[in-house]
Design a protein around this ligand. Structure first.
Ligand code: DGI
Length: 138
């Protein structure tokens, strides 16, 4: 398995709940390496590009409004199989399906307020890292 990079983001509810430290700690303890991080408020344009695959869904407007409603903590993490393993550590999208011990299983309150985003494939990781970090990474 090759070394990969993935894009992870603590959503506004997670920043508000002050769980950035816990989330960073989980990935560091798992052996992954933080390659970039920033606290920022996403523009509507960036949010719409990020969630472009959901553009036709009825909840798209709500999704964009929520992700731009306050600061997010955008991150790039690196490691072996990090894309898949980060998704497992995050837990399922729906709070009723996310297992205790996962990030969402421990913190998510509703379907939209589910604390963290993580790329779901190599193609989306590359696209999302480019979108959020461009050429900023060291
Ligand atoms: O990759 P995920 O975040 O686990 O899930 P996703 O890419 O299918 O959806 C992106 C986000 O959109 C998800 O974290 C929460 C929200 N979402 C997904 N399905 C619904 C939804 N929000 C609402 N209100 N209704 C939905 O059916």
């Amino acid at each position: 398995m090759a070394i990969e990079q993935t894009f992870l983001m603590v959503k506004p509810d997670g920043v508000d709940r002050q769980v950035i430290g816990d989330i960073v700690d989980r990935f560091e303890r798992r052996g992954f390496v933080l390659k970039g991080a920033k606290l920022m408020v996403a523009s509507k344009e960036l949010a719409e590009k990020h969630y472009a695959e959901h553009a036709e869904r009825p909840f798209f407007g709500e999704l964009v409004d929520f992700i731009t409603s306050g600061p997010v903590f955008a991150m790039v993490w690196e490691g072996e199989n990090v894309i898949k393993l980060a998704r497992i550590m995050m837990g399922a999208t729906k709070p009723e399906d996310s297992n205790p011990g996962t990030i969402r299983g421990d913190y998510a309150t509703t379907l939209s307020h589910n604390v963290i985003h993580g790329s779901d494939s190599l193609a989306s990781a590359e696209r999302e890292i480019g979108l959020w970090f461009g050429s900023e990474l060291v």
